[in-house]
Ligand binder design. Structure first.
Ligand code: AMP
Length: 284
């Protein structure tokens, strides 16, 4: 049994621990999460452990990235289970601050990520990326790591974080790791637990529709509207799933393509019942 991670709740203590490690010549890998950990999160921890001497996982349900009608209050919080999962993965430090120490009462500064924060997810969650960028920047300040690990599952988030890091000259290497899926293809997410058994049975249609798109492109289809139509048709075939968007963009960007003639990402969002799910894949 691996030793338990050091649990830190104070920002200054975290900064001190990370600085000490770096002064000793160690490399530090940071994994920001909102907890309720699953194998997707743990794959980021594995990547950080493989590439860095010290791994730091943060667990903080960030209120500023939730809209007023979203699930901030009901978002799952399981600190004890999270800690034992992280102990099992050999994580070194867990930072689990309380809300007031991250957002002090007079907090006033937010990061505006520009137009990339207003499209796709941003159209349905207008203040989401402002909250994400702000908390990620704060975590980068509190844990001045060499590398930070993010999941490909939140594709637009990886673009937003890379943009912020470049624009604001943040000295941290952003690493993006593959999406981890359930056996039936559903991308792992802390929100999957909101699904009723019937919704859970229908949810794999999202990844299935992306696989169909991959096969179409593998078979020579290059037309973006034909691909989008096939995806929508597949998703709608299961009933009671509301598509929010199906974006087909040049991989590594949010710029729509007119034809598939290079690495292309298909990113989509849909609601099943009350639960909003996202997924994406790269093709071409
Ligand atoms: P969250 O706790 O949802 O904020 O996610 C924390 C990090 O885990 C983010 O970088 C996510 O992209 C990543 N993540 C969440 N789900 C998965 C997954 N299924 N596969 C890989 N990474 C994931």
């Amino acid at each position: 049994m691996a030793s338990r991670p050091q649990l830190i709740t104070d920002g200054d203590a975290l900064r001190g621990a990370v600085r000490d490690a770096r002064q000793r010549g160690q490399t530090v890998g940071l994994v920001p999460t909102m907890g309720a950990l699953h194998d997707g999160h743990l794959s980021l921890v594995d990547a950080a452990r493989a590439e860095c001497d010290l791994s730091v996982v943060t667990i903080f349900v960030n209120p500023t990235q939730f809209g007023p009608k979203e699930d901030f209050r009901q978002y799952p919080r399981e600190p004890t289970r999270d800690l034992s999962l992280l102990a099992g993965r050999g994580c070194d430090i867990v930072f689990a601050p309380d809300n007031d120490s991250i957002y002090r009462p007079n907090h006033a500064t937010y990061i505006d990520v520009g137009p990339i924060g207003t499209i796709l997810e941003g159209e349905f969650r207008p203040t989401h990326f402002r909250g994400v960028a702000t908390v990620v920047m704060k975590l980068f300040q509190l844990a001045p790591a060499n590398r930070a690990y993010f999941g490909r599952k939140d594709y637009q988030q990886t673009i937003v974080v890379r943009q912020m890091v470049a624009d604001l000259d943040v000295p941290i290497d952003v690493r993006v790791c593959p999406t981890v899926r359930e056996a039936d293809g559903l991308a792992m997410s802390s929100r999957n637990r909101y699904l009723t058994p019937d919704e859970r049975r229908r949810a794999p249609v999202l990844s299935r529709s992306l696989r169909i798109a991959e096969e179409l492109v593998g078979g020579g289809e290059r037309n973006v509207s034909a691909i989008r139509q096939k995806i929508a048709h597949e998703i709608e075939s299961v009933g009671d799933v509301q598509i929010q968007y199906i974006a087909i963009v040049a991989d590594g960007t949010l710029t729509p393509v007119e034809r598939i003639d290079g690495p292309t990402t298909i990113a989509l969002a849909a609601t099943i019942g009350k639960t909003r799910l996202i997924d994406n894949t790269v093709i071409g």
